[in-house]
Design a protein around this ligand. Structure first.
Ligand code: NAD
Ligand code: DAU
Length: 363
């Protein structure tokens, strides 16, 4: 069996669902169930004995050790993290705790477990660390996309904590020989995406008749990767990646935030028109920018294509269509996660942002 951390979150739950659709190999799913962890994402596996859920914190090294000796996984896929940049600006401590100390505790437990494995299990074992393109910092418009050899230059407490975890993983391979794999991917989108992030936030706010907050001028660029494509890429790296290597995973879909929001509004206008007959675009509001906001991310995903034969199957158009339709079909899921804690976060993050809508909407 394999052990997944953070498998109740956005990408982790998509991965667990996808894994069990493709394979009979059971999954032990270790998750602390923070605000971002949601067992409803895994409701389809309620009666599936191949899914074993363990409510635990990766910072608890003894617990990790116990789970490893009990379940004897052949591989770990490590998703668990604090993942939202804006939250890391308001409260970086939790990011240092989970992303750095948690990864360290997990690595220590895994090192002990792995060092006691006998051949050939020891050689076949893999520790796959899921990281982000944000560790590379920001790009100017004409810069080449991030490659696996781009120097690290993280700019937010979130990306700095992920960079630190990447370095720890690297060191456990070089120092102890642990068979690690690291993947650095771009912005995922798709089902079960928590509505604090741009795409699900815009869909949820639009349908609720709320404003659609655009940070700064909305010309920041992200590369968008459909989560299903990401899951396929992770499985491919797990089966054929070379220990010690890192692989960039991207969607070849660079888009400015404002263009993404316009696409979402136009799709919703067609699929679920506003009752008052206006376009959802009219709800767009420009607000104070994110401090230290990275201007552009872009991924050069040629290494994983060349060496492992992976390329994304979805275009942005096909992926965003599936995503919008999923949110329209699953509005109860969105309603459930917009609990008291979520409302407090919205208040904290958006109340202090000044609106500059009138000046920029006409630009
Ligand atoms: P998420 O915030 O949706 O989910 C994180 C999960 O980890 C949650 O289920 C949460 O309960 C769990 N968790 C948090 N702290 C934990 C702890 N101490 N112990 C055990 N579980 C804990 O995140 P996501 O968007 O699914 O991202 C998953 C991974 O992928 C993260 O490592 C993130 O840095 C990375 N990543 C995400 C994106 C993206 O676009 N979402 C892009 C690149 C990389
Ligand atoms: O690049 C990979 C990263 O993508 C992951 O490592 C992170 O875990 C993930 O959260 C994501 O980070 P971003 O900061 O790029 O995602 P977010 O959805 O928060 O924001 C996307 C862009 O939209 C960013 O430029 C900020 C902007 N934005 C975001 C929100 C929430 C807005 O303009 N308005 C908003 O309300």
């Amino acid at each position: 069996m394999i052990l997944v951390t953070g498998g109740a979150g956005f990408i982790g739950s998509n991965f667990v669902l996808d894994w069990l659709r493709q394979s009979d190999e059971p999954v032990v799913n270790v998750d602390k169930l923070t605000y971002a962890g949601n067992l409803n994402n895994l409701a389809g596996l309620r009666d599936d004995t191949r899914h074993i859920f363990m409510h635990a914190d990766i910072c608890d090294g003894d617990k990790m050790q116990e789970l490893l000796s009990t379940y004897k996984p052949t591989a770990i896929v490590h998703f668990a993290a604090e993942s939202h940049v804006d939250r890391s600006i308001h409260g970086p401590a939790e990011f240092v705790r989970t992303n750095i100390n948690g990864t360290f505790s997990l690595l220590e437990a895994v090192r002990t477990y792995w060092s006691q494995l006998a051949s050939p299990d020891k050689e076949k074992f893999r520790f796959l660390h899921v990281s982000t393109d944000e560790v590379y910092g920001t790009l100017d418009p004409d810069d080449a996309p991030f490659s696996e050899t781009t120097a690290y230059a993280p700019n937010s407490p979130y990306s700095a904590s992920k960079a630190a975890s990447d370095h720890l993983v690297r060191s456990y391979h070089h120092t102890y020989g642990l068979p690690t794999l690291t993947t650095n991917c771009s912005n995922n989108y798709g089902p079960y995406h928590f509505p604090e992030k741009l795409i699900p936030l815009i869909i949820a706010n639009a349908l609720a008749g709320k404003s659609l907050p655009i940070y700064g001028d909305g010309q920041q660029i992200r590369d968008w990767l459909y989560v299903g494509d990401h899951c396929v890429a992770i499985r491919r790296v797990l089966e054929a990646g070379k220990p010690g290597e890192t692989y960039n995973i991207g969607g070849w879909n660079e888009k400015a935030n404002l263009d993404v929001v316009h696409t979402l509004c136009d799709m919703l206008d067609a699929l679920q028109p506003n009752v008052v007959g206006t376009s959802y675009r009219e709800q767009i509001t420009y607000v104070t920018d994110r401090p230290g906001h990275d201007r552009r991310y872009a991924i050069d995903a040629r290494k994983i294509e060349r060496e492992l034969g992976w390329r994304p199957a979805e275009t942005f158009d096909s992926g965003i269509r599936k995503t919008v339709q999923w949110y329209l079909d699953n509005q109860a899921w969105v309603g459930d996660v917009q609990s008291g804690a979520y409302l407090k976060w919205v208040d904290k993050n958006y109340k202090q942002r000044k609106s500059s809508s009138d000046a920029q909407e006409t630009a």
